[in-house]
Design a protein around this ligand. Sequence first.
Ligand SMILES: *Cc1c(COP(=O)(O)O)cnc(C)c1O
Length: 361
Amino acid sequence: MQLRIPGPTPIPDEILQAMTTQMINHRGPQFAEMIHKATDILKTMFQTKGDVFLLTCSGTGGMEASVVNTLSPGDKVLVVANGAFGDRFAAIAEIFGAQVERLSFEWGTAVDPQEVRRALSQDASIKAVLVTHNETSTGVTNDLEAISAVVREYEKLLIVDAISSLGCIDLPTDEWGCDVVITGSQKGWMAPPGLAMVSVSERAWQAQAQAKMPKYYWDFAKAKSFLEKGQTPWTPAVSTVYALDTALELFQREGLKNIVARHARVGAKARAEVKSLGLSLFPDDSCASNTVTAVQVPEGLDSKKLLKILREEYDTVLAGGQQRLDGKIFRIGHLGYVTEKDIDAVIEALKAALPQAGFSV
Ligand SMILES: *Cc1c(COP(=O)(O)O)cnc(C)c1O
């Protein structure tokens, strides 16, 4: 089966095999060695000298952890949102009592860093900026370099949802001054769901010391003190750690630069091929993501039928649109274990299935 959704993603056999390893004591020396090694490689992939933790949860758990560890109820935060995941960040901050100011952009467009500057210049009481690097719901990659430069200028805390970008799209955490960066094992990491990985900067630790939002499971201070012993505070998803550990060896072998370049090639190919079928991208080319391609559903095409035909007759699974984009777009995931050949296969399937769903190629 060709699983081409933006997570979970297909996994190389070597990594699947690693998951069948027998359980070990998660408070023993073998686990300690594994988590230290994984954490060290992750730091090079996050491009940070700060702390990196493995949390047993999906990406959303990492988002919640980033909020409750850095903020107090009543804190004012600017949530910069251009899709469903930006909205989710706002919802999480709000539910824990932050005073959320939304800076929203039309879905399918990118965040305008100048608007971030305007918002920050108008309200000195904003403490933190929450932003999505790669908005998976719309296939847009935001210009995080420019956004982070503005946030640094105003000396705010910067919390980044990089769940579907990190390990695929360049994100130099320290160089750009990102304070908490979140990703998830089932996105670009060639691993199954089960772990969120988060980086924590010095500035984030200072915020952590003051933060009063309730937390128990998510407490970064506990994560830090346990990691010093080669452990996690709570029982981790051991099998997913086996997989991630093996995946990170492959990451190290290929090298971050090459991985980023491969995603750029694959993304460019996906966009070109989609257009060659006579379809249009949902976002503008200038901000289109290298990990997920969102395709506009043209007049006459029944996208639900298309996805069903692809699944049942061509063994190809693509993603639909989320929320207000349901039926308006469909998405091709190309992150993690992916090459140009996989795009060829998706395009072949689309070529055959599109006419059956009402669109002549
Ligand atoms: C997938 C994703 C999430 C949510 O992750 P879960 O693992 O489903 O909790 C959040 N943000 C972005 C940008 C994502 O792509």
